[in-house]
Write a protein that binds this ligand. Structure first.
Ligand code: PLP
Length: 381
C-alpha cells in the first residue's frame, strides 16, 4: 500500500506512541489532582506546553490545548467575534478557500448579525494582501486567513497580511493546521494573534490540537466548565494526546529542513511525471506550495472513479469532491481558483510525508497513466 493522503491524516510515529503510552496506564493521574500522580501528569502537560511554545516562538502561557484544528478555529473566530461585538465591531474577513471549520464558524456568525467579506483567491491559489487592505474597515473584528491550503497546498503571505492587520489594530487568526511541522512557524514574525494547529497532521494522534493566543489578545473561552487551561478551556486534559502532540511537533520541527528538501524533490518529480499525461494540469502555484502537496486535474476524468482505481492498485489519495447530502459537490477550493466544474470533479490530491519514499513516487508514476487511460475509456463508453 502507498499512503499518499497525508493532508487527511498521518500515522502516529513510533517515538510519539512510546511517549504517549505511560499516560494511558501507569501515569493515568488527572492533572488537577493534588497528589503525586496528578502532579506528574500536570508536569507532563506543562512540559508539553513549553515544547509547543518553543516550536512557535511563543510563550508557554500563550498555548492552549484543544481537541484539534476544528475546535481551535471555532474558538479563535467565535470568541474574537464576541469580543468585537462588545465594541460594535461586527465585520469579519476571510478568504473563499478556507477549511469548513473556518467557513462554517463564520456562517453561523452571519446568522447572528455579523457581516463577512470573503477575499477572492487568484488562479495561483494565493490571496493578495492589497485586496485584504482594501477590505479592512474600522468595524472589522477579525481577519482569518489560512497559512497553507489543505487541498492545493498554496502558502499565503501571512506575515504581510499580519503587518497590515497590526497597522490597522485588527487581530489576525491563521489556520496553520496544514503548515504546522512542515513550514517554519514563528508567531512573532507572522504577526498573528491566534494560530490553530492539529497533531494528527504531523504524525501525532487524532483529537488533539492547540490554539496560540497572543498575550494581551484577550478572548474568552469557548467551553464552559472547570478551570483547566487557566480557566479558558474546560474539560479534563487529554494528557496522553497532548504529550504526543508535543513530541510529534518537536520531531517535526527538528527534522523540518531536511524533510522539506526531500519532500520538495519528491513532489516536483511527481508533478513533472504526472504532467506528461495528456490533458493534465497542476492546481495552485508550482513553487509557493507545501513541499508534499500535488494537486492535479485531468480532463475527461471523474475523480471518484479515479480514486477507486487507484485504491485497487494500492494507492491511497483523495479527490477535490466531497459527498454532500448524497450529491457530489465540486471542491469550493478548486472553484475558488477558477476551475470549471468538470475539471474540479476530475481532480486528484496526492500528499506526501517524509515516511514516503522515492520508490513509491516512481510506482505512482508508473500506475497513474494507465489508470487515467482506463477511467477515460470507461467514461467514454
Ligand atoms: C486546514 C485545516 N483546518 C482545520 C482542519 C480540522 O482539523 P481537525 O481534524 O483536527 O479538527 C483541517 C483538517 O483536515 C485542515 O486541513
Amino acid at each position: 500500500m502507498i499512503y499518499a493522503d497525508n493532508a487527511a491524516t498521518t500515522p502516529v510515529s513510533d517515538s510519539v506512541l512510546q511517549a504517549m503510552l505511560p499516560y494511558f496506564s501507569k501515569e493515568f493521574g488527572n492533572p488537577s489532582s493534588l497528589y503525586a500522580s496528578g502532579r506528574r501528569a500536570k508536569r507532563a502537560l506543562e512540559s508539553a506546553r513549553e515544547t509547543v511554545a518553543d516550536c512557535l516562538d511563543a510563550r508557554p502561557d500563550e498555548i492552549f490545548f484543544t481537541s484539534g484544528g476544528s475546535e481551535s478555529d471555532n474558538w479563535a473566530i467565535k470568541m474574537s467575534a464576541k469580543k468585537g461585538k462588545e465594541t460594535g465591531k461586527t465585520h469579519l474577513i476571510t478568504s473563499e478557500f478556507e477549511h469548513h471549520a473556518v467557513l462554517h464558524s463564520l456562517r453561523s456568525l452571519e446568522s447572528g448579525g455579523f457581516t463577512v467579506s470573503a477575499l477572492s483567491v487568484h488562479e495561483d491559489g494565493i490571496i493578495r494582501p492589497e485586496e485584504l487592505k482594501a477590505a479592512l474597515r474600522p468595524e472589522t473584528a477579525l481577519v482569518t486567513v489560512m497559512t497553507a491550503n489543505n487541498e492545493i497546498g498554496t502558502i499565503q503571505p501571512i506575515s504581510e497580511i499580519g503587518a497590515l492587520c497590526r497597522g490597522a489594530g485588527i487581530p489576525l487568526h491563521t489556520d496553520a493546521v496544514q503548515a504546522a511541522g512542515i513550514l517554519p512557524l514563528d508567531v512573532k514574525a507572522m504577526n498573528v494573534d491566534f494560530l490553530s494547529l492539529s497533531a494528527h497532521k504531523f504524525h501525532g494522534p487524532k483529537g488533539v490540537g492547540a490554539l496560540y493566543i497572543r498575550k494581551g489578545a484577550g478572548i474568552s473561552g469557548l467551553m464552559d466548565g472547570g478551570a483547566q487551561e487557566r480557566g479558558l478551556r474546560a474539560g479534563t486534559e487529554n494528557v496522553a494526546g497532548i504529550v504526543g502532540l508535543a513530541v510529534a511537533l518537536k520531531e517535526a520541527c527538528e527534522n523540518r529542513k531536511a524533510c522539506a528538501d526531500r519532500l520538495t524533490a519528491m513532489r516536483d518529480r511527481l508533478i513533472q511525471g504526472a504532467l506528461k499525461i495528456p490533458g493534465t494540469r497542476l492546481n495552485g502555484d508550482p513553487v509557493k506550495r507545501l513541499p508534499g502537496n500535488v494537486n492535479l486535474s485531468f480532463e475527461q476524468v471523474e475523480g471518484e472513479a479515479l480514486l477507486l482505481l487507484l485504491d485497487q492498485n494500492g494507492i491511497c489519495a483523495s479527490a477535490g469532491s466531497a459527498c454532500t447530502a448524497g450529491s457530489l459537490e465540486p471542491s469550493h477550493v478548486l472553484r475558488a481558483i477558477g476551475l470549471s466544474e468538470p475539471l474540479a470533479h476530475g481532480s486528484l490530491r496526492l500528499t506526501l510525508s517524509c515516511q514516503n519514499t522515492e520508490a513509491e513516487v516512481d510506482e505512482i508514476l508508473q500506475i497513474l497513466p494507465d489508470v487515467i487511460m482506463r477511467v477515460r475509456s470507461l467514461s467514454s463508453q
